[in-house]
Ligand binder design. Sequence first.
Ligand code: AMP
Length: 223
Amino acid sequence: MKKANLIMLGAPGSGKGTRASAICEVLGIIQVSTGDLFRSNLKAGTPLGKEAESYMNKGELVPDGVTAAMVKERLLQPDAKGGFVLDGFPRTVGQAKLLEEMLAQMGERICAVLYLDVPESELVKRISGRLVCRGCQASFHKDYNPPKVAGVCDKCGGELYTRDDDKPETVKNRLKVFEQNTLPLVDYYRQKGLIVELPPELSPKGALGDMRELCSKWGLVRE
Ligand code: AMP
């Protein structure tokens, strides 16, 4: 298998998480979602969670150093050796540089940056109906991707909820932060020849079918 160290890049609500988890299921590699890591630290009441909380509530970015240290700790765990999909990281050029440094120390590198370019009007629609599982973090949408039983996760039976930062006043700021801080990464990675644009909509095959097709096109298979 060609080793897959991938970045999923896109605005909040662009469908990064859904595609990242489908690729991980296809290839048996790990998904590293910084948003999920912060939310589980918050839930567990760790010092990191407390530090992140005030930024998250305002839709601001947690400082680069704190975020990169959390990612490094995760990537040093043995299960990251087989490959990973970074979902929601990096979000600034500073984070991208910190990532390069840490990967170089590990003898690793990024092989592609999968970019989802979704218009802002669509992002707002997707975020405003989003429901997330408290248990496994799977994401649903009340109209576009409703769970089989209202309020219950199809995957693990956990309770579905609306994230605090998916409320309209915070969403506006998150989209502004994306445009100012994260969008420059598209050019940054384009210059390195790493950007692969993904269709912003899933085909009727769904996330798993589409990502399976993408991986086989690249010759990426489960070990
Ligand atoms: P997400 O679930 O990816 O939308 O992230 C939720 C929130 O967690 C963001 O609005 C930020 O406050 C914080 N966060 C997640 N990833 C990062 C990152 N790479 N850098 C800084 N803050 C982040």
